[in-house]
Design a protein around this ligand. Structure first.
Ligand SMILES: N[C@@H](CCC(=O)N[C@@H](CS)C(=O)NCC(=O)O)C(=O)O
Length: 211
């Protein structure tokens, strides 16, 4: 039994989706950001960063959404969130997870949290630079999917696709949403037809960008 500490539509989404894909039993604990519950004393003991997600595995809490996705992939090989260890596709899997988490992760965090960089609102030049950075990464992922899709690792779905899907959703109100790129659009449509997506919306109470 896992416990996922989450907040709807946030970085916990990829972990929630991965749990649903595995079919493993899990418990959800929702944190209310309005009430700043992520900075409560009790939660900070689980996750000293005061962020979601946190996943409790065998009684121990872990953080970082991409790492949690990898942990679940390893523990549930039957869910095929990762190609088999040692296979050539496993190398692609590592590459894309690290690429996505290290480019989109920080760029989106800064886009949505100007306070991380010390101001209530970004200066226009900084906002523009972040927008450009995010769009450059979308162009790269779009070209990759166009050349060898429909999934990030080719013919088969994997956890990488869940990570891409979460970041695509976050871009929905940006000047150029990810679905403005044709191969990304096809990928989003494919991924949004999975039962895990419908279930996620139901449980997290999400509405926007459902299909
Ligand atoms: N790199 C972390 C980022 C986590 C993160 O920034 N979570 C946000 C929600 S998307 C959060 O908890 N925000 C609340 C806060 O910072 O107070 C991950 O991928 O898990």
């Amino acid at each position: 039994m896992y416990t996922l500490y989450y907040s709807p539509g946030t970085a916990s989404m990829v972990v929630h989706l991965a749990l649903l894909e595995t079919g493993a039993p899990f418990r959800l604990v929702r944190l209310d950001f309005e009430r700043d519950e992520q900075h409560g004393e009790e939660y900070l003991r689980l996750n000293p960063r005061g962020q979601v997600p946190t996943l409790v595995v065998d009684g121990r809490p872990y953080f970082e959404s991409a790492a949690l996705l990898m942990i679940l992939a390893e523990r549930h090989p039957e869910a095929r969130l990762a190609p088999p260890t040692g296979s050539p596709l496993r190398a692609d899997w590592y590459q894309w997870i690290v690429f996505l988490a290290s480019t989109f992760g920080p760029a989106f965090r800064q886009w949505f949290y100007p306070s991380d960089l010390g101001s209530a609102e970004h200066a226009p030049a900084l906002r523009e630079a972040l927008r450009r950075k995010i769009e450059e990464s979308w162009s790269l992922v779009d070209a990759h999917l166009a050349a060898g899709g429909p999934y990030m690792l080719g013919a088969e779905f994997s956890g990488v696709d869940l990570l891409v899907l979460m970041y695509m959703r976050w871009s929905r109100n940006m000047p150029r949403p990810a679905t403005g790129w044709p191969a990304l659009r096809r990928h989003a449509d494919l991924m949004r037809s999975r039962p895990s997506w419908a279930r996620l919306y139901e449980v997290e109470g999400l509405t926007e960008w459902r299909a």
